[in-house]
Ligand binder design. Structure first.
Ligand code: NAP
Length: 471
């Protein structure tokens, strides 16, 4: 019986475990650094946290949810859904909570996994499901440790901090910020929003599902999926879809913001799709409120009671909320991985890469969920994670078929895959500006998949024996 260890219990870990367990792999254990399952949906509890992909699609195909209260579910109900799926598929009892993986070393045909409390466990197969958005990052600006007020981050929100009646700065204007800003504006005395880049923002076709409709809402899955496939075409700069999205976003801005100067500041300067396209109905109106101010400059310096923006202006504030994203380029952050191929982080020093986003040559019996080049510009990441889970399970089936104890991708197969992916990425919108999708030193796009979810599903549907070494 193959023993399998999975790091992380977000959508990736839960989905992969469910796939394996339902296909007869019983010796599956999971390690979770926190006390409950949920991944980013457990950690991102900032006010307004919700999904910008509709619930009927943002759920496992094998576990439809008849309970979404609205089209775009909020954080608490996504977390509750994940908890239910984890219980239903026996993931929760298989999980060791409070277990932070610090290292994984391949030795004598097994992965020896070390934890930060000094304990170790050994498994035949190791699966990383730690995600790409699990390590919050903030700009390293001068003086920030001298700030006397509260400091929060969207990715690790502290619910005990009360921002009512305070002067608050939000740093960043990405997917997290457009959700936080309207909610903080409801409680803050003054709100200053620091914008380094304006983004394309579309209206969000959101709404509460009436009780009688909830168990029927799942019927929206296929049409929503169709729309997201079209949407991902918009990432080709020459496509008609890109033009349509650009025009819609521009009309949305004109309609919601009458002040010409504010509108000018909010007009994106980059190719549509280069940064994540955002959805919000209340972000623009919030920026027009009297006590809310958009400052179109980056954060440059902090002192005890104020922040300075790149234009040299100081702004007195009592609290700083970073909505500045995640450390996305250090895949498997904080885990030392050593295989016959050496140190994984060294192997990835020019940017992470993996065959099909799942297999790394030189690292046998190691699989990645949400690995390099599997993030999306449109569509549901759950579809990608399910495709990876099926592929990992099918690879283990083939291992059994070959009577092998080890499997790893051949370097030449990985190179072919990488050439194809990087070629397509070079012609995508993402190549035209800097973003969290790029490796900071080499500029290589390591995060994103250059296509729709269906093309990825097709690419990983089969395990091609000749692409792997079975020993
Ligand atoms: P993000 O997209 O990386 O945005 C970070 C923001 O911080 C950007 O606007 C960035 O500006 C800004 N920034 C960085 N340093 C700054 C500085 N010194 N001064 C001023 N601004 C600064 O992070 P995020 O919004 O947390 O989103 C990350 C990803 O999480 C998303 O792309 C998405 O995949 C996921 N997410 C999903 C949802 C959902 O609804 N499903 C919600 C939230 C997040 P630049 O653009 O100039 O770099």
């Amino acid at each position: 019986m193959t023993s399998i260890g999975i790091i992380g219990t977000g959508f990736g870990g839960i989905g992969t475990a469910a796939e394996l367990v339902t296909h007869g792999y019983d010796d599956v254990r999971l390690w979770e650094r926190a006390d409950t399952v949920g991944g980013v949906w457990r950690d991102n509890t900032y006010p307004g946290a919700a999904c910008d992909v509709p619930g009927p699609l943002y759920s496992f195909s094998f576990a439809p949810n008849a309970d979404w209260s609205r089209r775009y579910p909020v954080q608490a109900e996504i977390l509750a859904y994940l908890g239910r799926v984890a219980d239903q598929y026996g993931v929760t009892p298989r999980t060791r909570f409070g277990a932070r993986v610090a290292s994984a070393r391949w030795d004598q045909d097994a992965w020896h996994v070390g934890f930060d409390d000094g304990t170790t466990e050994t498994v035949d197969v190791l699966i990383s499901a730690v995600g790409q958005l699990s390590e919050p990052s903030s700009p390293d600006v001068e003086g920030w440790e001298s700030f006397a007020g509260s400091v929060l981050h969207a990715g690790s929100w502290d619910d005990s901090v009360d921002l009512s009646g305070r002067r608050v700065a939000v740093v960043g204007t990405g997917a997290s910020a457009v959700q936080i800003v309207p909610r903080l504006a409801e409680v803050a005395r003054e709100l200053v929003v620091l914008q380094r880049s304006a983004n394309h923002i579309l209206p969000k076709p959101d709404g509460a599902y009436p009780g009688w409709y909830r168990d029927r809402a799942q019927r929206e899955r296929r049409p929503i999926d169709w729309v997201t496939q079209q949407f991902s075409r918009g990432l080709d700069p020459d496509s008609t879809v890109a033009t349509v999205i650009e025009r819609l976003a521009s009309a949305h801005l004109r309609l919601r913001v009458r002040d010409e100067e504010l509108r000018r500041h909010l007009t994106p300067r980059h190719q549509v799709g280069c940064k994540r396209i955002l959805f919000s109905n209340d972000y623009y109106p919030t920026l027009t409120r009297d006590h809310v101010r958009l400052v179109p400059h980056a954060l440059a310096e902090v002192r005890a009671d104020a922040i300075r923006t790149a234009d040299g202006q100081w702004h007195e504030v009592d609290a700083i909320c970073f909505a500045t994203g995640f450390d996305t380029q250090d895949f498997l952050h904080g885990i030392e991985v050593t295989g016959p191929g050496g140190d994984l982080h060294e192997a990835w020093s020019a940017g992470a890469r993996a065959h099909l986003g799942i297999h790394v040559p030189g690292f046998p019996n190691l699989f990645l969920a949400y690995g390099p080049n599997t993030n999306l510009g449109g569509g549901s990441i759950i579809t990608m994670l399910e495709a990876q889970a099926r592929h990992i399970r099918a690879t283990l089936d083939r291992m059994d078929h070959h009577g092998a104890r080890r499997v790893q991708a051949r370097a030449e197969a990985e190179q072919r895959w990488d050439d194809r992916v990087q070629h397509d990425l070079a012609h995508s919108a993402w190549a035209s500006c800097t973003s969290w999708y790029h490796h900071p030193e080499t500029g290589r796009i390591t995060s994103n998949w250059p296509g729709g979810t269906h093309t990825y599903e097709a690419a990983v549907a089969d395990v091609h024996d000749e692409e792997f070494l079975w020993t």
